[in-house]
Structure formats: structure tokens, C-alpha cells
Design a protein around this ligand. Structure first.
Ligand code: FDA
Length: 400
């Protein structure tokens, strides 16, 4: 016998679990399916296992600052209706201890498991039926709703919510299912690309910097020109293959192939003036003087780039000191690519918001909803992507 539900939510990640729980508690009969054995794997690994679950700095009046997508305003309504304060209240209701780390980022004190338990408890409170591993083989429009053929039988529902996330980290269950379903029903999909991802460089060109792998330092980083220019003040991390750390992850979401990055490796310092002053009073090597301004490993590697920089500071020309400072503070380099979906925290692009209601997340195909990362809404690093998962899940649950 075919089972009947009011709504089937496909994908038991952040958005799907939250939406299912909220909808269930509103009296709707909900089935939540996931093809993976373990649910919410990304919540589990998020924030280094502590889950950066939201960000206090998200301004509901202007949230588009922290989000990108073809229509930056699309996310506004849902984020205003379900705010970080609302989610914090839920976390407090469940007695989960948390703390603020950096720029409004909230993390659990103990482990991400606290948040998974909370999401499951919310589903249980709403009588949500959960099935996993359960694969959805087909979704067809039927009279009064949809028929889903799953690995655990056929189910019918008047509404279907797609919450299958993006393409990042395929080894823990990411698929293109959501985009395929969107296309099947004639919805547009904005081209996807890895975002919040480390950037890589050509092997030979990177060789002088590969020795710096593991070094982290605060920088100012930017990409893009004029109106498209985006800049971040964050920590940069050198890796064997390129650059990572919050600064690069943030800028990577805006970077396009062929574009340069511009990096100030000593933000807030006038390196040229400091070296000229040093020249007047010191006989130390330039690298040693530089080491008072930036980490010594960086200073040592930096002077290797030009023989004119490998001498005592008092023997260097003013011009070569100015050139060193200019290169350090306006380091321009063109990444060859990124580490891809294997390492990306999120997927930019996705179901085109022109085909979705910003009030309910319902698509132009009546009764078919898309929430969370599968939508063309991508948040900055720092808890913004989870807040989008909660807010879009909530908007959808209210409409089911
Ligand atoms: P999510 O990916 O959470 O869930 C999708 C679910 O759908 C999965 O359970 C998957 O198994 C299932 N699924 C996929 N295909 C399916 C199919 N065909 N059939 C059935 N089920 C299917 N964000 C943040 O705000 N703070 C943070 O600290 C972090 N940290 C972080 C670390 C790392 C390493 C990564 C990779 C990502 C983050 N993120 C983050 C991003 C955040 O995890 C992400 O944006 C949300 O989990 C998105 O929530 P969704 O529910 O949309 O997708």
C-alpha cells in the first residue's frame, strides 16, 4: 500500500532536519529521508567539530552583505523572519552551552553532536517519520501532489521539500540530486562552483612559498575590480599547494578564474617607512629587520625573491627597500584554480531564485520547495550558511 504524507523532506542535513521538525510541530505529517546512513554529517564536522551554528553580526535589515547569489536580496525576507536570536533561543531552550569566537561567530562549547541531538529532538517533538539510508529513485508529479519511488517503497505527498545541499565533500554524501530535480521540473539552475575553498597555484611559481606551509598570519586580501571588488581582513594560511585560511576562503567565493588576488601581508604597517628608518640606524640583514614586522619565516622566504634584499639594510638602496615593501603589501598573484568540491565548505550557485518564492521557498512547480544550500544563496564563512539553512527551512515549514 502506498503511504501518504502531507510533506516529504528529502535530505536530513541542517535545513531538512530543521524544516521537518518545525513543520511536524505545526501538525503536518512529515517524512524525512536521507540516502546516507548517518544524518547531518556536515553539522557534525562543522566548525572543527564544534559547529559555528550562527552569527550574531547578521543584520536582518541588510543581510545581503553576508550572502552572495544572482539575486542578493532573495534571502532577506526569510532571514528577517527567522533570525540568529531565534535560533539562539532554541539552542538555549535545549540547554546547549555556546560561546562567541570571532566577529559574531557562535560555536558550541562541547561538540556538534549537541546540535544534531537538538535537531532530532525537534523532529521527534513533531512526530516526523525518519528513514535512512533511503534513496529516492524518482519523483513524479501526481494528482494532488507527488509520488516518490524510494528504496523503501512508494510514498505519496502533497508537497515535497528538496534539502539535499550542495556538491561539496562528496565522500560524506553530497550529490547533484537537488539540481537534477529542479531541471526535471523545468526550473533554472545557476552554474555551480566550489566556494569557501582553498586556492592553488602553479607548482613552479609556488615553489618559493611552499616552504611556508603551515604559516598563518593576519592579512588584508582583495579580489575583483571597482564595484565587484571584495576585501577581507582575516588570517591567511600558507599550504603546500597554495593559500587557505579564513581570508582566502572568504575571498574565494568572489574570485573568478584568471583574476588576481591582492594581498597586504603586513596590514596597518608602513613597511617602506619602517625599513627606511631601519636603514638609518641598523646594520642588520634586511630579513632580520623585516622579521620585526612580519613572522620571521615569511621574512626569510620573502628576501629570497631578490638578491638586492639579501644584504644588510644600511647597504640597500632606498628603491630596493621600497620595492620590497610594495611587493609585500601589494602582493599580486593569480591562482590557477581551487581545491575543488573535495575541500570546499559550500557550493555557490544552485537553484535559481527567480524560480522560487522568497516568502515560502516554493518553486514555480506548485508544491515543490527548495531550502538550504541547494538554492543559489551562499553565505560568508562564520555561521551564515547554517543561518540560511535554518531561516529557509523555517520559511518553508510555515508554508507547508
Ligand atoms: P546538508 O549538506 O547539510 O544536508 C544535505 C543532506 O542531503 C545530507 O544529509 C545528504 O546526505 C542528503 N542528500 C544528498 N543527496 C541526497 C539524495 N540524492 N537523496 C537523499 N538524501 C540526499 N556552515 C556554517 O554556517 N558554519 C560552519 O561551521 C560550517 N562548517 C562547515 C565545515 C565543512 C567542512 C563543510 C563542508 C561545510 C561547513 N559549513 C558550515 C557549511 C554548512 O555545513 C552547509 O552550508 C549546510 O550544512 C547546508 O545545509 P543543507 O541542509 O542545505 O545541506
Amino acid at each position: 500500500m502506498t503511504e501518504q504524507f502531507d510533506a516529504v523532506v528529502v535530505g536530513a542535513g541542517a535545513a531538512g532536519l530543521f524544516c521537518a521538525g518545525q513543520a511536524g510541530q505545526r501538525g503536518i505529517k512529515v517524512l524525512l529521508l536521507d540516502h546516507s546512513e548517518k544524518i547531518a554529517e556536515k553539522v557534525r564536522i562543522a566548525g572543527g567539530g564544534r559547529c559555528n551554528f550562527t552569527n550574531r553580526e547578521l543584520d536582518p535589515r541588510g543581510p545581503q552583505k553576508h550572502f552572495l547569489g544572482k539575486n542578493a536580496h532573495f534571502c532577506r525576507s526569510a532571514l528577517a523572519r527567522y533570525t540568529p536570536a531565534d535560533f539562539i533561543a532554541l539552542v538555549q531552550k535545549h540547554g546547549i552551552p555556546f560561546h562567541e569566537k570571532h566577529k559574531g561567530q557562535l560555536f558550541g562549547d562541547r561538540s556538534s553532536e549537541d546540535f544534531i541531538r537538538m535537531l532530532v529532538a525537534e523532529c521527534d517533538a513533531g512526530g516526523v517519520v525518519r528513514r535512512q539510508p533511503c534513496t529516492v529513485e524518482r519523483i513524479d508529479a501526481a494528482e494532488g501532489g507527488y509520488t516518490l519511488r524510494t528504496s523503501q517503497g512508494i510514498v505519496q505527498a502533497s508537497q515535497v521539500v528538496i534539502a539535499t545541499g550542495g556538491l561539496s565533500i562528496p565522500k560524506i554524501g553530497a550529490t547533484d540530486f537537488g539540481y537534477r530535480i529542479a531541471r526535471q521540473f523545468g526550473l533554472r539552475v545557476v552554474e555551480t562552483r566550489p566556494a569557501l575553498v582553498p586556492l592553488t597555484f602553479d607548482g613552479d611559481a609556488w615553489a618559493p612559498f611552499a616552504q611556508l606551509a603551515g604559516l598563518a598570519l593576519p592579512v588584508r586580501i582583495e579580489t575583483g575590480e571597482k564595484k565587484q571588488r571584495m576585501a577581507f581582513d582575516e588570517d591567511l594560511l600558507f599550504t603546500h599547494r597554495g593559500l587557505s585560511g579564513p581570508a582566502v576562503l572568504q575571498v574565494s567565493s568572489y574570485w573568478r578564474e584568471g583574476q588576481p588576488l591582492r594581498i597586504d601581508l603586513a596590514p596597518g604597517v608602513d613597511v617602506a617607512a619602517a625599513l627606511l628608518q631601519a636603514k638609518a640606524r641598523s646594520r642588520k640583514l634586511i630579513a632580520n629587520e623585516l622579521a620585526s614586522l612580519v613572522p620571521s619565516r615569511l621574512a626569510d622566504a620573502w628576501v629570497q625573491q631578490d638578491p638586492a634584499w639579501q644584504r644588510p639594510v644600511n647597504e640597500a638602496s632606498d628603491k630596493s627597500l621600497a620595492q620590497l615593501a610594495e611587493r609585500l603589501q601589494r602582493w599580486e598573484l593569480v591562482p590557477t584554480g581551487s581545491e575543488g568540491y573535495r575541500k570546499a565548505e559550500v557550493t555557490a550557485g544552485g537553484v535559481d531564485t527567480r524560480d522560487l518564492s522568497s516568502q515560502t521557498m516554493e518553486s514555480k512547480q506548485p508544491g515543490l520547495y527548495f531550502i538550504g544550500e541547494v538554492v543559489d544563496v551562499t553565505g560568508w564563512l562564520g555561521g551564515y550558511n547554517f543561518q540560511w539553512a535554518w531561516a529557509s527551512g523555517f520559511a518553508c515549514a510555515e508554508a507547508l
